[in-house]
Ligand binder design. Structure first.
Ligand code: WQD
Length: 336
């Protein structure tokens, strides 16, 4: 069964490609390489043992998406393509509304035109805004604290409305918490361009000696050690969650929205210590002011995903750090 992965050359997409292939599906990538690198394709070939079909293009090009779907006889779609930098979305909201919401609309129109109604959507815990409490359940109020999160919220609502209007549609909305880590081979991993926004890639680059020190954004939060607490989930666990969601859609025909997290929170300093242990390298840091838009704590209640998908994250923070380090130390310049 051929599955289209829009943005499939990216960090989450490439790992989901591996998980789908291991589960017996045939992944097909559509990517414009605006935030990914063609070098990942050769790595995927080495991991999977056969080449992965890849079409270069933009999900906004509806006719192109339609043609790709017909050419590869696509039975289902996992939609990753979109922009995802919170800070950039504040500075360039139109880019995010156009690319993320416009891209999702274009994809749905192409799917309708080809009679494909099975869609897994890459959403984010950011749709919960600043949660009133933790752990976060799917019935918590949704909100947005930045244009990026707003686009995810709008797309969720659009897909939910389409599924309600047309019973043929079956949509899985997956709300990621904090994806980190890399495939155990060290051949694929997170490859941010420029200065990493996220904690794990920045810590990895400090351990490598590429950056002098980490800035810890605030140590005065109401958390055990004062630093921010997040639900870090291994990217392979996350990828396997996508496979489980696709299977559930195809077996039940019922749409769903679930958190993909571990249910455990770890602080910034806990992650730093775990990374130092995993890499054997020091990660010097300095305490800096809080980062605008950050919340104190954000971690999932993973019970619904377990009951609907029969899926639960299993990999530890130590494994996340060890796998991140193997990727970073083996690929100091990513795929370049
Ligand atoms: C984690 C913790 C920071 C960097 C974001 C998006 C979310 C999703 C994942 C797309 C926080 C602290 C970080 C640094 C630090 N992205 N930190 N120094 O902000 O939880 O989530 O990425 O889907 O939508 O909002 O992740 O990794 O940026 O931060 O102290 O240099 O690390 O304050 O407590 P975040 P993050």
């Amino acid at each position: 069964m051929n599955i289209l992965l829009t943005g499939g050359a990216g960090y989450i997409g490439s790992h989901t490609c591996v998980a789908l292939a291991h589960a017996g599906y045939t992944p097909v990538i559509l990517d414009n390489f605006s935030n990914s690198h063609p070098g990942v394709l050769e790595r995927l070939h080495r991991i999977i043992g056969k080449p992965v079909a890849c079409e270069e293009g933009d999900v906004l090009d509806t006719k192109l998406v339609e043609a790709v779907m017909r050419k590869h006889q696509i039975a289902g779609v996992v939609h990753f393509a979109g922009d995802k930098a919170v800070g950039e979305s504040v500075a360039k909201p139109l880019k995010y509304f156009r690319n993320n919401i416009g891209g999702a609309m274009s994809l749905v129109e192409a799917m309708q035109a080809t009679g494909c109604h099975t869609l897994v959507f890459s959403s984010s815990a950011t749709v919960y805004g600043d949660p009133a409490s933790v752990p976060i359940r799917e019935d918590f109020p949704r909100g947005h604290t930045n244009p990026y999160g707003h686009t995810k919220l709008v797309i969720e609502d659009m897909l939910t409305a389409i599924a309600a209007a047309e019973p043929a549609w079956r949509v899985a909305i997956l709300r990621y918490f904090n994806p980190v880590g890399a495939h155990e081979s060290g051949l694929i991993g997170e490859d941010p361009s420029g200065v990493p926004n996220n904690l794990m890639p920045f810590v990895s680059q400090v351990a490598l000696g590429k950056r002098a020190h980490l800035q810890v954004f605030g140590d005065d939060y109401p958390t055990p050690d004062g630093t921010g607490v997040r639900d870090y989930i291994h990217v392979i666990d996350l990828a396997e969650g996508h496979v489980a969601a696709l299977k559930a859609l195809m077996e039940t025909g019922k749409s769903l929205a679930v958190n993909l997290g571990t249910g455990r929170g770890h602080s910034v300093l806990e992650l730093v210590r775990a990374f130092e242990a995993a890499s054997g390298r020091p990660v010097p840091y300095q305490i800096a002011p809080r980062r605008a838009g950050d919340v104190a704590q954000c971690y999932a209640d993973p019970a619904l995903a377990q009951s609907l998908l029969g899926w639960r994250a299993s990999r530890t923070l130590e494994q996340m750090c060890a796998d991140s380090w193997r990727w970073q130390s083996g690929n100091p310049d990513g795929y370049r």
